[in-house]
Write a protein that binds this ligand. Structure first.
Ligand SMILES: C[S@@+](CC[C@H](N)C(=O)[O-])C[C@H]1O[C@@H](n2cnc3c(N)ncnc32)[C@H](O)[C@@H]1O
Length: 230
């Protein structure tokens, strides 16, 4: 995934240009997490986690939480806001920041291996797949398949923009691109689809297009990935 975008993400964090960051727990996480039916101490993976407050929400429910994030600024800010003093240690190309049941690997997602995700039973993907350019999404899903334990569940949130000529009512089912990205190694169930009108700023200039917010429940195939993969 070596890509100019990586430098841009790091630069955005250094300049505090992080419009995706929410100052509250995502309401659809609180609404749909229980539909995964996990034990409260289940181990949960949060890819491309930024400093999302949802990490602490999962942790407070009893989960052992493991994230990965490129930017050390994001990781530092997350622990600081949570009033935690993590330990750091280098593991290959990654730096592991950890305290109690929280660990964030700082570095590139593709450097993460199956060893770091041993025992993970669920993934929470909010703005991870969808943060990547379309050309990198198949590689992201293929790496997830390679490193996740078999049977692992995924709560995947997407925001699917509508073109001007598209009707919302025709787009309330699972998106074709999600089906094609995941269908080889995951079962896919759409839990939620909610239409949002376009947003404009005070001057009436468009800020966000019409879109549909969706929540998917995926399940990783139970057969173990090929031993030759990471
Ligand atoms: C759209 S943000 C979402 C962050 C978080 N999931 C949230 O909802 O607030 C995407 C994050 O992925 C990180 N990122 C982008 N590419 C990455 C990569 N290849 N490996 C690890 N992190 C990456 C960026 O630094 C950024 O914090």
């Amino acid at each position: 995934m070596a890509h100019p975008d990586l430098a841009l993400w790091k630069q955005g964090w250094r300049a505090n240009q992080i419009p995706f960051h929410l100052t509250h727990v995502h309401p659809l996480l609180a609404k749909y997490w229980s539909m995964l039916g996990l034990a409260s101490d289940a181990r949960v993976f949060v890819p491309l986690c930024g400093k999302i407050l949802d990490l602490m929400w999962l942790h407070k429910r009893g989960h052992d939480v493991v994230g990965i994030e490129l930017s050390p600024v994001a990781v530092r800010d997350f622990f600081k806001a949570a009033h935690l003093l993590p330990r750091h240690n280098c593991q290959g190309d990654l730096t592991r920041w950890t305290q109690e049941r929280l660990a964030i690997y700082c570095g590139e997602f593709l450097a993460l291996t199956r060893d770091e995700l041993l025992g993970v039973s669920a993934v929470y993907d909010r703005a991870a797949l969808t943060a990547l350019p379309e050309s990198l999404r198949a590689g992201y899903v293929s790496h997830l398949h390679a490193i996740l334990p078999g049977g692992c569940l995924v709560l995947l949130m997407t925001i699917e923009d509508l073109d001007d000529d598209e009707e919302a009512a025709d787009n309330m089912s699972s998106a074709e691109n999600i089906l094609s990205l995941y269908c080889a190694h995951f079962s896919i169930e759409l839990l939620h689809a909610e239409y949002h009108e376009a947003m404009v700023d005070r001057a009436g200039e468009p800020t966000d297009p019409r879109c549909i917010h969706k929540v998917y429940r995926l399940q990783h195939s139970t057969s173990a990935p090929n031993e030759a993969t990471p």
